[in-house]
Ligand binder design. Structure first.
Ligand code: GLU
Length: 432
């Protein structure tokens, strides 16, 4: 009897595997590879937090700086119960490629805390955010490493973190954190930036493939910050229909899909979603939505799939259920596709917009925010969105140009563009 055990998905191994594959194709020097396969610096620290009941609870925090050859390390902080050093390492590495693919003068980093933020009161959240800064602030700064929001963290949390950092350094330091609230050093357009950037890349992919976006449908995994604005953009900017969204239901501790063949009303769904991304099933059902299993999103007969939740979601087990109708997969999440599933997508020739290209809109507006914070001069909303569109369009064209000229898969092409830029900076600085 054979017992088949599904491989456990380790995002850092996946990230290293993706890098190795392209490093081979580029004949990259062994010295360069050994620097880039691992983060430059890693921090793991305790965060003791006074809870509302008077007890002290110790949380574990991480910050990983993968590379800073092109500029200060940059990347979000996740608050997630399954966070590990390896998830943070992978995400930090992907940030290096993301800032390089978007041609931002930044490196890559990521942070995390092992916690389910939905279990904390507002006061506990604030103390945890301040505690995270207390544990790592000496290794952060506008010229060192600039954190931002990600899964489980919000602009308000970034506001507390900026305040704590400013108190510790003794001066107002808005450039030390991005994704802050507007009115407290934040940039207009940052909230919708990632989802809106996803849609810019989908628009460019459709233009290249000769697809009329107004006749297309999409199915989306996730209904957090990225997914909500991607869904809105798919409907409002592209004129398409979103027929399914799948999201985590924190009451059921599992995913649920919300389906509507004539297209979901994104604003209505937003109005019945709590701050942690859980949609109210009863209200959705009353409004005519089909409530389906969590993995229903992947099997829909749509033109575009947008995984915009977490890493490791399209796997060897479910990749086969992707409809032959799907023409574009736009990775709004970081690392949503496992290496085994990626092989299948590569072989079937679906046009893939790889994660660190597709979701680079957030860090792009974070970069704009740090520029505005440094100058203490804030731009109009329209100017932010216009510059975001320009950056995302040119990043997309750069990667497509590489895919065409070397006749390679889009993920490999994105790696080639990014690795070239990072290696060039390392060479110019005399690291290699
Ligand atoms: N957390 C976002 C990402 O994964 C944004 C990072 C940033 O703004 O620095 O790209």
């Amino acid at each position: 009897m054979s017992t088949k055990v599904a491989p456990v998905f380790n995002p850092f191994e996946a990230a290293q595997g993706q890098f190795d594959r392209v490093a081979d194709q580029l004949n990259l020097d062994v010295e360069i590879r050994s620097i880039l396969r691992w983060p430059l610096r890693e921090f793991r620290f305790q965060i003791p937090v006074r809870m509302d009941d008077g007890s002290i609870k110790v949380f574990f925090g991480f910050r990983v700086q993968h590379n800073d050859a092109r500029g200060p390390a940059k990347g979000g902080i996740r608050f997630h119960p399954n966070e590990t050093l390896d998830t943070v390492r992978a995400l930090a590495m992907w940030m290096t490629w993301k800032t390089a693919a978007a041609d931002l003068p930044l490196g890559g980093g990521k942070g995390g805390v092992v916690v389910d933020p939905a279990t904390l009161s507002v006061g506990e959240k604030e103390r945890l955010c301040r505690g995270w800064i207390d544990g790592i602030w000496k290794n952060l700064g506008p010229r060192i490493d600039v954190p931002a929001p990600d899964v489980g963290t919000t602009p308000q949390m970034m506001g507390w973190m900026m305040d704590e950092y400013s108190k510790l350094t003794g001066q107002y330091e808005p450039g030390a954190i991005t994704g802050k609230p507007v009115g407290s050093g934040g940039s207009l357009g940052r909230t919708e930036a990632t989802g809106s950037g996803v849609i810019t890349t989908v628009r460019e992919a459709m233009a290249r493939m000769g697809i009329d976006s107004t006749r297309t449908t999409a199915s989306i995994q996730g209904f957090g910050n990225v997914a909500q604005y991607a869904a809105l953009g798919f409907v409002e900017a592209l004129g398409g229909k979103v027929v399914c969204i799948s999201c985590y239901d924190r009451h059921e501790k599992g995913a649920v899909s919300f389906a509507k063949t004539d297209g979901v009303d994104v604003k209505f769904l937003q109005s019945i979603t709590d701050q942690y991304g859980t949609v109210d099933k009863a209200k959705a059902r009353a409004a005519g939505y089909g409530i389906e299993p969590g993995d229903a999103w992947i099997a829909k007969d749509v033109d575009v799939l947008i995984p915009a939740a977490l890493e490791g979601q399209i796997t060897a087990d479910n990749v086969g259920s992707i409809s032959p109708k799907v023409q574009i997969i736009a990775e709004g999440a970081n690392g949503p596709t496992t290496p085994e599933a990626d092989e299948v997508i590569r072989a079937r020739g679906t046009f893939l917009i790889p994660d660190f290209l597709c979701n680079a809109g957030g860090v792009t507006v974070s970069y704009f925010e740090s520029v505005q914070s440094d100058a203490n001069y804030y731009w109009e909303h329209e100017a932010v969105l216009r510059r975001l569109d320009q950056k995302m369009t040119s990043a997309f064209k750069g990667v497509v140009g590489m895919a065409d000229s070397r006749d390679v898969y889009m993920r490999d092409a994105a790696y080639m563009v990014a690795i070239d830029r990072v290696v060039k900076a390392m060479e110019l600085r005399g690291w290699v």
